[in-house]
Design a protein around this ligand. Structure first.
Ligand SMILES: NC(=O)C1=CN([C@@H]2O[C@H](COP(=O)(O)OP(=O)(O)OC[C@H]3O[C@@H](n4cnc5c(N)ncnc54)[C@H](O)[C@@H]3O)[C@@H](O)[C@H]2O)C=CC1
Ligand SMILES: O=C(O)[C@@H]1CCC=N1
Length: 264
């Protein structure tokens, strides 16, 4: 299997790193306008760096578009004559829905819209995917790839904006929560490095409890909150300060923004 990543920026490079770690491809083309910044990948076998998108598209079975939405039309049009029916086109461009791609190249190609996150560089991305009609037959192939780069689920196309907020922007939201806890932990006298270790591993533990069991988060909270103890004192103060409310409002603001981008 030969894969091309068109646009090696923050996400494209993260995808490239995940693919290289997992050895799922025999050949990986990575494109960028200025490939000098990709030197770290230059010495790897079977990884080809180029600023020629057409060369990458021509030589690949799967083409992943990881460019800014403003560049999509121009780049797709530039490669339009090279796309083949047996190829799978995967777009990770947020807010650029499948019908916009079909408006440029028609509906005879398999198009997958995927929403991963930057944890794909360490093979831990939560990736949501959907496809056009023709792409239905390639959903299993796409899930097989994204499952090796983390975990994936297929969602209806109308849920892709919500998936973008929860899974892709989600990395930034969790980072901010971890940072806030770090600031608190330092004030409690912990060293920053030690604090981050403690917080991130506790975070993984909390996630694992929910992934492994079927409990509601509040059931797990009940197990931790000793009556009259320190956990409930902390939780109540956080809620008095609007923790849940501010997170819900933030997710809605993010959703409204990506929905507006998708409509343009
Ligand atoms: N950064 C993230 O966590 C996520 C990003 N996305 C989507 O992924 C896309 C890329 O996002 P980022 O990586 O953050 O942006 P970015 O700006 O870091 O990356 C875009 C890359 O495309 C390259 N590029 C521009 N024109 C090109 C051309 N003609 N040929 C080849 N490469 C070209 C740029 O040099 C840049 O490296 C966006 O559409 C975004 O919505 C989706 C989910 C998460
Ligand atoms: O902030 C953004 O618009 C993009 C999409 C999700 C993550 N980054």
């Amino acid at each position: 299997m030969k894969i091309a990543i068109i646009g090696a920026g923050n996400l494209g490079l993260a995808i490239a790193k995940g693919i290289i770690n997992s050895k799922i491809t025999e050949t990986l083309y990575i494109t960028k306008r200025n490939i000098k910044t990709l030197q770290e990948l230059d010495t790897l076998d079977n990884v080809f760096l180029t600023s020629d998108n057409r060369e990458a598209v021509k030589n690949s079975d799967i083409v992943i578009f990881a460019i800014q939405p403003a560049h999509m039309q121009e780049i797709i049009l530039d490669c339009k004559d090279l796309f083949k029916e047996e190829q799978t086109l995967i777009s990770v461009v947020a807010g650029f829905n499948i019908h916009k791609i079909e408006d440029i190249i028609g509906d005879n190609l398999s198009i997958i819209q995927a929403m991963p996150n930057t944890a794909i560089s360490v093979n831990q991305s939560m990736t949501c995917i959907c496809s056009n009609k023709k792409g239905k037959e390639k959903i299993n192939l796409a899930q097989n790839i994204f499952n090796q780069l983390g975990y994936s689920i297929e969602v209806p196309e109308e849920q892709m904006q919500a998936a973008t907020v929860i899974c892709s922007s989600g990395i930034a939201f969790w980072m901010r929560l971890i940072h806030a806890q770090t600031q608190g932990a330092i004030e409690l006298g912990l060293e920053p490095k030690e604090a981050v270790d403690m917080i991130t591993h506790t975070c993984i533990g909390a996630a694992r409890l929910l992934i492994s069991g079927n409990n509601h988060p509040e059931q797990e909270i009940d197990k931790v909150t000793t009556p009259g103890g320190c956990t409930i004192a902390g939780l109540n103060e956080m809620e008095h300060q609007g923790l849940s409310s501010s997170i819900i409002k933030g997710l809605l603001a993010s959703y409204n923004k990506i929905s507006k981008i998708a409509k343009n």
